[in-house]
Design a protein around this ligand. Sequence first.
Ligand SMILES: *Cc1c(COP(=O)(O)O)cnc(C)c1O
Length: 410
Amino acid sequence: MKHRPNDWSRRRFLASTGAAPVAGLLASKCAPPPEAPAEIGDVYERLGVRPFINAAGTYTALTASLMPAEVRAAMADASQQFVSLSELHTAAGTRIAELVGAEAALVTTGCAAALTQATAACVCGTDQNAIRQVPNTTGLKQEVIIQRSHRFGYDHAIRNVGVELVEVETRAELEAAVTDQTAMLFFLNVANTRGQIQREEFAEIGRQAEIPTLIDAAADLPPADNLRAFTRMGFDLVGFSGGKGLRGPQCSGLLLGRKDLVEAAYLNGSPHGNSIGRIAKVGKEEIVGLTRAVELYLEKDHEAEWAEWEARVSAIIDAVTDIPSVEGKQFVPEIANEVPHARITWDPTRIALTRDDVAQALREGHPRIEPRPSAADASRLELGVWMMEAGDHKVVAGRVAEILAQEAGA
Ligand SMILES: *Cc1c(COP(=O)(O)O)cnc(C)c1O
């Protein structure tokens, strides 16, 4: 067995052997953290999988987020005793609903599962025959209305229930599309400004038509107020990921909303064996972990956290702006992942590197660094700082500066 470097020694290693042009920068800026973090095991090393510094954000394929120590401890606690899964679901749902001021809440295995169970709730309600029958929707309401610009990959989670998506564009089309076959109206929050009908109006149309509305807000924390905003706005059901901004377990999600519908969503999923949502079972560890994560999220000093993210972004920008033709800027996406990011651009005639070249070099380095996935300009790199661990931004700043400076001949 090889020596197990913990986070701490990894950083010291970096500080002493950082690549030539930036060794000084790393050594001088890489102050030891106030407390040495607990030793990190070698589970990934043993599998030959190399971890990375997350300079991307909460991307599922990059394992999204890391849980705070309190959440990890809660999950470890939960894993050591038996409980009734239904009692736990009910108790955690009640607690989370109280915390966020919703009528009811259900812990799911992710936002995608929340979409499936919410749809099933609108199609089947609490009818046991219907719950057993779907995805065969014969004799049940089988249409979900969606704005065309809100179609997205995860709408598969809705279609799992056997419903058909009816696409509309205008308010008049939406109102005309509502029939006795309509089970639900679906809204994708990140697409808010892409469609002709925006959130408030959409929720209001649902209320008037007496058709339940569901909004997918998976990646829309922060702002923390979103935990309350959409139910207040009038949406009957709201889905969030538990493993993104909430920093709960990666396999967790949250369905909030109307009590009767959340109860029906629960009956359409685990622990009920003969239900469409049973494939998305949530374990006791995730239920407890997400509950703790919601508590921590609401207690957190969001302003201080924001200030820390901005400081990281400016440290990264400062490290690169002396390089000829390189510019750095902070940006905040308008919806989803609504946090400070760094955008670094350069003149391709001065620095003959594409975004993918830089990403590849970051990935191959030691430590490995993963930048924000992007289909954007070839000479533009985006970095997310909110999923970085303490001190990571300095390492990233040094490494990005090194890669660009080398090619700029600076
Ligand atoms: C991440 C995401 C999902 C899926 O969420 P999980 O918690 O991974 O199941 C659904 N919708 C949107 C908009 C997302 O960003």
